[in-house]
Design a protein around this ligand. Structure first.
Ligand code: ADP
Ligand code: ZN
Length: 525
């Protein structure tokens, strides 16, 4: 149970009001501040936008000495420090972007007690020179931000973070605070281990973002779908559009511009000047849409982002949650919108399979992708699926996601799934969706005939449905793990498929993505 309010609390509220102009702490912030200001360690698990910064900034101001913030986000340190300085806080940073003179200046300010907060990159902190300096400086606390970076299981492993075990060893009596927005059990265990936080209280906030409306649709004509969405609901709003490749980032940004949407591109391949200007404009202007790769957004704090759109599938649930979490930090209604199709599923699966990562890591990544695909295909409340992934139980459907607002009907598709699976197997487990669809529908294309596939018993068994039906069904079979995607987009049946083929298991699939809904846009992807 949280400790009783103390005079610390009054002091904390006074600082909060005087420096930031805020009247109250949010949720668990007050308990965390009380714990750390009182000299204790803590683990803080809070979603992006939850307000982690104040959890170490306020105690740093309350305790004698300087608060040391370890952060991997070098590119953001200057901004963070500028913001704090504008509030009258004596803040500085130490990282590789400083000149030698700049470093010396910060070091002498540190030693003479002229700093409240010091942001340090992990590799800089671990230098003998910095550690010797910290031995002699008055330190209020160590805050390890983005603490999930210690874990190989995380999506953002940084080897330097494992060196942070120097903190408990070398400074056992200085409070340590680990903060992250990644909740998974294995990651949490790694953080506790490296920073030796075994006995420390853990502050875990809800990951629910009730003001964000979650929506996922079938990819039909992604650019047009995006434009329709923006025009219908978010004209003139600030938003982020995520694409997988730099090329599609640039194409999409250009296209939105021609359609009268104020849009700008952002990816790691652009010159730094252009990237900085995109970021500056996004922060300072009201209604700019940034079309970006995942390189954009980490640590960006813009409260009034009204929508986050995904034109391509993220790699994991964590990624999806973090990216969509950039919407609606101000608590006002916002939209997380995504379109995806069969090609996405196949692409992401192939990218994961062909990476150089160790087998064990690949397995974990594949499981994370599976969770996301289940989320995409679900016919019940999306928020319940999302939160349950993060270990949270939402007792009733949320009423603010597409599946709650427009419940999709499901239909038994066992027979069709059997047709598709046997077409896959009889053609040798190596053809892509287009060819399989031709076989199922009975299209005697040149390729079909030259391979002799028009003589297979499965040829034309699916003529009652159209092409879109079969693509939707194949996508769901891949998403749900009955089919695996191999080289050259070839699909093969997995072990899971057997139960369906034998009739031991039935399969209910979403009707909306299967129902024939002829459209000219079908083929623009
Ligand atoms: P996180 O680091 O968890 O992503 P931040 O610390 O950047 O989140 O906080 C997100 C936003 O919420 C910021 O704009 C911050 O100023 C605001 N905020 C945090 N705590 C409070 C509070 N107690 N009262 C008002 N605004 C707050
Ligand atoms: Zn819902």
């Amino acid at each position: 149970a949280p400790a009783a309010p103390t005079t610390h609390d009054t002091a904390a509220l006074t600082v909060l009001k005087k420096v930031w102009g805020y009247d109250a702490f949010r949720g668990v912030q007050a308990d965390i501040v009380r714990t750390v200001a009182g000299g204790g360690n803590a683990l803080v698990l809070m979603p992006t936008g939850g307000g982690k910064s104040l959890c170490y900034q306020v105690p740093s101001l309350l305790r004698p000495g300087v608060g040391i913030i370890v952060s991997p986000l070098i590119a953001l340190m200057k901004d963070q420090v500028d913001t704090l300085r504008a509030l009258g806080v004596r803040a500085a940073f130490l990282n590789s972007t400083l000149s030698l003179d700049g470093v010396r200046e910060v070091e002498s300010a540190l030693l003479s007690g002229e700093l409240d907060l010091l942001y340090v990159a992990p590799e800089r902190l671990l230098l003998p020179r910095t550690l010797e300096l910290l031995d002699r400086a008055p330190v209020a606390l160590f805050a390890v931000d983005e603490a999930h970076c210690v874990s190989q299981w995380g999506h953002d492993f940084r080897p330097e973070y494992q060196g942070l075990n120097v903190l408990p060893d070398r400074y056992p009596h200085i409070p340590r605070l680990a903060l992250t927005a990644t909740a998974d059990d294995r990651t949490r265990a790694d953080i506790l281990n490296v920073l030796q936080l075994g006995g420390a209280p853990q502050f875990i906030s809800s990951f629910d973002r009730p003001n964000i409306q979650y929506r996922v649709a079938n990819k039909e004509g992604p650019k047009t779908q995006l434009l329709d969405f923006i025009n219908a609901e978010h004209r003139g709003d600030a938003g982020i559009v995520y694409c997988l490749s730099r090329k599609s980032v640039e194409e999409t940004a250009r296209w939105l511009q021609t359609q009268g949407v104020d849009a700008v591109a952002y990816h790691a391949g652009l010159p730094p000047r252009e990237r900085n200007s995109a970021q500056e404009r996004f922060l300072n202007e009201e209604g700019l849409v940034v079309v970006a790769t995942v390189a954009f957004g980490m640590g960006i704090d813009k409260p009034n982002v009204r929508f986050v759109a995904h034109l391509d599938l993220p790699k994991s649930m964590e990624g999806y949650y973090q990216e969509t979490g950039r919407a609606g930090r101000d608590g006002l209604p916002s939209t997380a919108w995504m379109v995806y199709g069969l090609a996405d599923v196949v692409n992401v699966r192939r990218m994961l399979a062909s990476s150089d990562a160790p087998e064990e890591v690949k397995r974990v990544e594949a499981a994370k992708l599976d969770a996301l695909l289940t989320y995409c295909e679900v016919a019940t409340c999306r928020r319940q699926v999302l939160l349950s992934y993060f270990g949270e139980d939402l007792s009733a459907p949320c009423g603010n996601c597409d599946t709650c607002l427009n419940p999709p009907s499901v239909r038994d598709a066992t027979r069709e799934a059997q047709m598709a699976l046997s077409a896959v197997i009889r053609t040798g487990n190596r053809f892509g969706a287009a060819h399989l669809t031709d076989v199922l529908m009975g299209h005697a294309t040149e390729r079909v005939v030259s391979l002799g596939h028009h003589q297979l018993p499965t040829f034309a068994v699916g003529a009652a449905h159209d092409e879109k039906y079969w693509r939707g069904l194949l996508r769901q079979l891949v998403s749900l793990g009955y089919l695996a995607a191999g080289e050259h987009h070839g699909l093969s049946a997995t072990g899971k498929a057997r139960a369906i083929l034998k009739g031991e298991q039935t399969l209910a699939l979403r009707e909306d993505t299967l129902a024939p809904r002829p459209s000219k846009r079908d083929r623009d992807r």
